[in-house]
Design a protein around this ligand. Structure first.
Ligand SMILES: Cc1cc2nc3c(=O)[nH]c(=O)nc-3n(C[C@H](O)[C@H](O)[C@H](O)COP(=O)(O)OP(=O)(O)OC[C@H]3O[C@@H](n4cnc5c(N)ncnc54)[C@H](O)[C@@H]3O)c2cc1C
Length: 473
């Protein structure tokens, strides 16, 4: 029997293993799989903890519903009914600017205004800034198709204020990255298409709004779909349920793969605490920085290109407070903080306002604070006491919260956020070419074709399908 070894049990590796397990159940018994994970738990960055009635997210707290792969996987493993939309009644995102929280104007799609009156009334952008954003309607398209940073693109089309107060904290924040080095082509190709096809982001968004089919009412017996989705018991429900569908004898936990060697038509996988293992095909579903280490003996160019994909560190701090200790009303789902504000934290999500089922009862609220990212990576290394002190000082300054939290949890993700910097697509092209020279080797995960959970699931599924096709040749 042929064997596919999957290295890395994050959501990408789990999606790959699940695809292979399903194929086996459907009668493709001649291909077996083995999933190897360094930690004692599966799920990677998708990590949910249940503590005293709180549902706490250490990594992602949602996925984009427009990308179908996460909801599809949820349906396949039987947890479609647990899909959870955001709380409609508390909607709204705020931006800290000049020390005050300003609501993002209604009709702002990604970073593009599509409704004149709410945009005109918004206190976030100054009048000169608003007029500059409207220039987008008349400015010529960029010539040529060279890559451009997110910062250059937004400044060119919408002006500096839109970059600093909207695009950089909101869009750049998704990657915890630096808008000045982030490749537009790799991270947000949709903006490029909008400029190419409509000559203006505002015109493109207005056209997209007109063309959009009226929102289908949610099926009576199904979940209510919102832009962002999660699960009743948190994002961890997805990897947890996928893992339960796998044969536990085909999952090795607590084993770090140290190297892979080519052996005949296949590979030899070496790791700590395990005998070398033969693999007929190999899916490396770790971040690129780890894949570079694992594959260092396989191909030096591949290793070098994988190493060139930078990763930054970030942390999330979840704090619970008694509702009666919060003196100012909290509005919306939370707020983002532009770099120019010079704060130490990047964003705050009011988890229990954004989602149902996150707190034991209404007498408490749960919030999540983002630390680190490209601008403040050093802060991720603060010890727990220093981290809490720093975060509480920021919350006191911004929200006036002085109370002692009744619960605190800190999650650090060192070098855990891949950055799609300028040249990312060219790097991927070279990586793909090298992979073609090494039949049976596939990469999956957030470092390559999309950082979000749905993209990671898609990449894992596709890697497994390619491995199967290769072995059946
Ligand atoms: C704080 C934070 C918030 C986020 N928020 C969101 C969000 O709201 N929505 C969203 O869609 N995305 C979000 N993301 C991104 C998303 O969580 C990740 O991109 C995604 O979970 C990555 O999955 P993965 O399987 O590719 O990698 P990982 O989850 O990193 O899994 C890789 C696995 O490989 C293992 N591994 C590494 N080296 C080895 C080795 N040598 N041997 C064996 N195993 C190894 C690791 O232990 C890990 O379990 C967030 C990320 C972070 C850090």
């Amino acid at each position: 029997m042929k064997k596919v070894v999957i290295i890395g049990g994050g959501i990408a590796g789990l999606a790959a293993a699940y695809t292979l397990a399903e194929k086996q159940k459907q009668g493709q018994a001649e291909i077996d799989y083995l999933l190897i994970e360094r930690e004692e738990r599966l799920g990677g960055k998708v990590l949910t903890e249940q503590v005293d009635g709180f549902v706490i997210e250490g990594g992602p707290d949602c996925f984009l519903s427009q990308k179908p792969w996460a909801a599809q996987l949820a349906s396949k493993v039987g947890i479609r009914d647990d899909l959870l939309g955001t709380n409609e009644e508390n909607q709204g995102t705020y931006v800290l600017s000049g020390g005050r929280l300003h609501k993002l104007p209604e009709g702002l799609m990604l970073m593009v205004p599509t409704k004149i009156i709410p945009f005109a009334m918004s206190s976030l952008i100054s009048w000169p800034g608003k007029i500059r954003m409207a220039f987008d309607l008349f400015l010529p398209k960029k010539k040529g198709d060279g890559d451009e940073s997110l910062a250059d693109f937004v400044t060119r089309r919408l002006g500096r204020e839109a970059l600093e107060k909207i695009a950089e904290p909101l869009i750049g924040g998704i990657h915890a990255g630096d808008a000045h080095t982030m490749s537009l082509k790799a991270s947000f190709p949709r903006f490029l298409e909008m400029e190419r096809n409509y000559g203006s982001l505002i015109r493109a968004m207005l056209a997209a709004r007109k063309k959009a089919p009226p929102r289908k009412p949610d099926a009576k017996d199904g979940p209510r779909y919102t832009y962002f989705m999660s699960f009743r018991r948190g994002m961890g429900e997805l990897p947890g349920t996928v893992a339960a569908c796998l044969d536990s004898a085909k999952v090795l936990l607590g084993r770090r793969v140290t190297a892979v060697k080519r052996a005949g038509k296949g590979f030899l996988v070496e790791g700590e605490g395990m005998e070398p293992l033969k693999a007929d095909a190999l899916i490396v579903a770790t971040m690129a920085n780890h894949a570079a280490e694992i594959l260092h003996l396989v191909d030096p160019v591949l290793r070098e290109k994988l190493q060139e994909i930078p990763h930054v560190s970030s942390a999330t701090v979840s704090l619970a407070f008694r509702t009666c200790d919060i003196n100012r009303p909290l509005e919306g789902f939370g707020f983002v903080i532009p770099r120019i504000e010079g704060r130490k934290i990047m964003a705050v999500t009011y988890s229990s306002r954004k989602w149902k089922y996150r707190v034991p009862d209404d007498s408490v609220i749960l919030m999540r604070i983002f630390v680190g990212g490209a601008a403040n990576q050093d802060l991720v290394a603060l010890d727990d006491a220093e981290m809490l002190k720093m975060v509480r000082a920021e919350l006191e300054d911004i929200l006036g919260i002085r109370a002692e939290p009744i619960m605190a949890r800190i999650y650090r993700w060192f070098q855990g956020m891949p950055q799609y910097t300028l040249g990312h697509l060219e790097r991927l092209e070279i990586i793909e070419k090298r992979l073609q020279e090494i039949p049976g080797l596939y990469l999956a995960g957030g470092s390559y074709w999309g950082v979000g959970v749905p993209d990671c699931i898609r990449s894992g599924t596709e890697a497994a399908e390619k491995a199967i096709a290769h072995l059946l040749k």
